[in-house]
Design a protein around this ligand. Structure first.
Ligand SMILES: Cc1ncc(COP(=O)(O)O)c(C=O)c1O
Length: 392
């Protein structure tokens, strides 16, 4: 269907196309992971403000590698997670035999509630895996100080919030490890892709090994490689598989597109921030939530949280959006309350949905629509006019 307002619009530019064509036209071309992947990792680290970044084939792979490295380094433990997130944030925990502990969200930023997290931290807590939902910042000074004091790791999923900040510093620089996705729908795209970022050299080395079959030679550290060759003299030096692992590599096409997209990211994000403020100003506060905590936020989507709890009104709202060719998703990030999803039933059976009132509201009455850089103020006005006239 041709949408009047799609979730994302034209985010693969002429410049990206030229960069890819230039790569394909090279005489001695290498298309598998090589120098452009490295260059993208270096430039991304510089843009973000971290020492190391590892480019992978998706944000979900970034999640899985992050939880795998935690498991390898720290063993068992509980991971505190929001019930409103993407499925792979949770599956990465379960697949590594770590224990997911769910908390409700703060309705003003859709991220985990600070109070709820603090209540759940105990001696078994290994990490808090914060999803910065839809461009909002989920961190607070109280939370960051508390986690440091308790020696609980902070892990950030910034897949939906590239460029958003807390205390004027980019999200993704506070956690021990942070993850990004470059899937089509996000602030920037490498078609498919993700990034694992950290300031910890050892973690970076292990992530690089895990990204590529668990092979010692992938660590990017000749000292470590030599040590492993010495330790395993009966193995072929180039084929020392240290961990049961994956192939999560990206490739040079992703590398050059990433480099090209990164050049416009700040400019695009500036436009997104302006659009978001304008959207909130135009929206009818009596029907929709507008009291979001927007300081530092950088939203690739407009959240539309209905104030009503009436299903008939909600269905009428959806019908009107469809009729006006406005593409939308219900449930915000990942379709709403993950505790309702079939894949989680084994883990959710002792959890009462009554403790997740805010996520439940977003699950049934929360939506998002696109906020892409080309969106004009005129079009935002038209969209808000449609939304504000819906009888709910
Ligand atoms: C918060 C979050 N984390 C992880 C992912 C997974 O990213 P990918 O689609 O690149 O696997 C998504 C997907 O959109 C997401 O929203």
């Amino acid at each position: 269907m041709q949408f009047f307002h799609p979730l994302m619009h034209d985010n693969f530019t002429k410049a990206d196309m030229s960069a890819a064509i230039k790569l394909f036209k090279q005489k001695r071309k290498i298309l598998t992971q090589s120098k452009y992947v490295k260059e993208f990792e270096k430039k991304w680290s510089k843009w973000l403000g971290v020492k190391y970044s590892v480019f992978v084939n998706s944000g979900s792979s970034a999640n899985l590698l992050t939880m795998t490295v935690l498991k390898l380094l720290y063993g068992k433990g509980e991971i505190i997670l929001p019930a409103l997130t993407w499925a792979s944030d949770i599956t990465s925990v379960i697949q590594n035999d770590l224990k997911p502990i769910f908390v409700d969200i703060n309705p003003r930023n859709l991220c985990m509630s600070e109070t709820e997290i603090i209540k759940k931290v105990n001696k078994n807590t290994l990490a808090v895996f914060m999803t910065h939902v839809q461009g909002f910042n989920g961190l607070t000074s109280k939370l960051v100080t508390f986690l440091k004091k308790k020696k609980v790791l902070l892990i950030e999923d910034v897949s939906e919030s590239h460029g958003a900040t807390f205390n004027k510093k980019k999200l993704g620089t506070f956690g021990k490890i942070s993850n990004f996705s470059f899937y089509y729908a996000h602030h920037m795209s490498t078609i498919e892709g993700g990034m694992v970022c950290t300031n910890d050299k050892k973690i970076c080395e292990i992530i690089k090994i895990l990204r590529s079959h668990g092979m010692a030679r992938e660590s990017n550290s000749s000292a470590f490689e030599k040590k492993m060759i010495k330790k395993y003299p009966k193995l072929s030096p180039k084929f020392i598989f240290l961990y049961p692992s994956y192939n999560f590599r990206n490739n040079e096409v992703g590398g050059v597109i990433g480099l090209s997209q990164l050049r416009s990211l700040n400019k695009n994000n500036k436009k997104r921030k302006e659009n978001f403020k304008f959207f909130l100003k135009m929206l009818d506060q009596s029907k929709y939530k507008t009291d979001f905590q927007i300081e530092g936020s950088c939203n690739y989507a407009f959240p539309i949280i209905l104030k009503t709890k009436n299903f008939k009104s909600r269905n009428y709202f959806e019908k009107t959006l469809s009729k006006n060719k406005i593409e939308f998703r219900r449930g915000s990030a990942g379709g709403g309350n993950q505790l309702r999803q079939p894949y989680l039933q084994k883990f959710a059976k002792n959890v009462s949905l009554n403790n997740f009132k805010e996520v439940e509201h977003v699950h049934f009455f929360g939506y998002y629509i696109g906020n892409y850089p080309q969106l004009s103020k005129e079009k935002i006005k038209k969209i808000c006019n449609i939304l504000n006239h819906i009888q709910i």
